[in-house]
Design a protein around this ligand. Sequence first.
Ligand code: GLU
Length: 465
Amino acid sequence: MCYASHKETLVPNINTTAFRKKFVIPDFVSFASEIDALYENAKNLGGGQVADYIPQLARFSPDLWAVSICTVDGQRHTAGDTKVPFCLQSCVKPLKYAIAVHDHGTEYVHRFIGKEPSGLRFNKLFLNEEDKPHNPMVNAGAIVCTRIGTKLEFNLVETGLRPQNVPALSAPRFQSERESGDRNFAIGYYLKEKKCFPEGTDMTSILDLYFQLCSIEVTCESASVMAATLANGGFCPITGERVLGPEAVRNTLSLMHSCGMYDFSGQFAFHVGLPAKSGVAGGILLVVPNVMGIMCWSPPLDKLGNSVRGIQFCTDLVSLCNFHNYDNLKHFVKKLDPRREGGDQRVKSVINLLFAAYTGDVSALRRFALSSMDMEQRDYDSRTALHVAAAEGHVEVVKFLLEACRVNPVPKDRWGNTPMEEAVHFGHHDVVTMLQDYNNKYSPPGGATEDKEKEISEKNIDGLL
Ligand code: GLU
């Protein structure tokens, strides 16, 4: 069968730019072209092995490579082989855990399953000190979760995870999974021996369901919607329906963050800093909470079982954008913030600045300066914080702006007024004196022009603390 490889961007059908700017990624078209560049970069990567423990996986071409994105407000972009069906395999684990918690609550689910990374292979026949599976992202935990989360099929359809015209379950893959599932049977019997299941569980039929869930087929496009549902606190961004509760989503993201990437989970949390789950078919379900869901898929796997191209893409994404959980959104200016809409942010920032100057709030101004805010920015009348502070007679603010922030002392507003003229007009003599002293100290011979003053207003926040 031949599937077209392509790039495609879809934004919800809203025609006014003003509305589009309110989207979580205001300039989605530019963002999509950045994604394409990352996609192309990873495409050239060689190496890795396609999983071959069942023939249905072994037959995938190592060249297949796809990335799909769906934002929390339904903007979508796809690149590559995004319409080729593949099995979720372990990427289904967070989904069934989320459904188990949604249906039964955290306390009940964790009576049976732990919350700790195991430090062991995902399919190890091993339990924690309380004789429970370590977490729901390893096979033992996922098998127990299969017993608890019952309505999976229903939810998959609701969230759009099951693509149209593609059978949700691949019967031959399920058969092969079961036939080659000795380790999972061993885990099942061990779980049964240790009484890890709720009472009355028919372990072998649970294992059958486990194999079926691993064999659910998705495409990169459809799985990105599920990732986006997790990014969106449990509301599907396409149908608008609440599929999962906020507690289920938060738990799931936490466990994906600590345990989702096999024995690379710690390193992934360190370098990428986002919740993700990987599967043996080459999928990586990646969530940027409150922003977007991403599905990457490429069959060749590295030694730890993660998609080689998928890992490269996730790493590159976080090098480019400030999506790492611990990226500082204010100070790490070298990274792109696709969430930021230039104009909107600027308006907020100038309002905060001028309002702090108006109320004489030096601590707020110090905080702004430390967050690299431009302390000379102007409002629609070209007025600066220094104009406002001078007009209000806030000596401490004027002092701070001049001496610590080294702002231009003679900016002109739209009527040609300087802060000095404001202070004179409103009779704030102490401010007048301070501005005079400052001007005398820094005026070059021949008088202060705005340009010359600008030269001495180099940003210097050394003295802020
Ligand atoms: N069917 C596989 C198993 O249960 C899933 C493996 C995986 O994707 O990690 O062993």
